[in-house]
Ligand binder design. Sequence first.
Ligand SMILES: *Cc1c(COP(=O)(O)O)cnc(C)c1O
Length: 230
Amino acid sequence: MLKEQLEDVERRIQAACDRSGRNREEVTLIAVSKTKPAEMIHEAYQLGIHVYGENKVQELAEKYEVLPKDIQWHMIGHLQTNKVKYIVDKTALIHSVDSLKLAETIEKEAAKRDCIANILIEVNVAEEETKFGLKIDEVIPFIQKVAKLPHVRIQGLMTIAPYVENPEENRSIFANLHKLSVDIMNKNIDNVNVSVLSMGMTNDYEVAIEEGATMVRIGTGIFGARNYNI
Ligand SMILES: *Cc1c(COP(=O)(O)O)cnc(C)c1O
């Protein structure tokens, strides 16, 4: 089942790339493994998937310990400052930076370990009250501050679009995040590269790819529905 679902996702990613004239290599598939057991990740690993996304610090740290060391772990969930220390040297990329306090904590913990932390800025493009992330207007001033932190490297932007019946409804959200990244690039801020656009989930990743996503975060489409009651 996992194999077939992965093949289906892969086919759709390729088709979305073809439709929008993009190379498949421009889009990284992040398999969102939250709530799923390590054995299932191991199965996906053996099918060639080496990039995983988790949204809870403890779960990420536990899976990190038991799974192969060449896995790239992405922190995609809201991150509390007091938990940064548990994952800062275990993650390839933190997708959910949305406050100066969090960025400064990442700086401090990365400096202690003499490593560079790669981050994305989370943007609440849809301005949903229930979601984390900066508003579009807040992003450039925020980036100008974070760019001064020597152990933090901004790589791009991330957004979580609303759940919608028809993924076309999210197209303008993805287009707006893309446009924001172009505006930032045009400012040529030192130490800032925003070439990564993490956008698109099971329900809307094809539209996101058509609008320029370079990372798609897919859970249900690969691993099946999640059970939060176990
Ligand atoms: C859970 C989650 C996903 C994956 O969602 P699916 O709809 O299962 O693909 C993607 N991004 C974030 C931030 C998530 O928390």
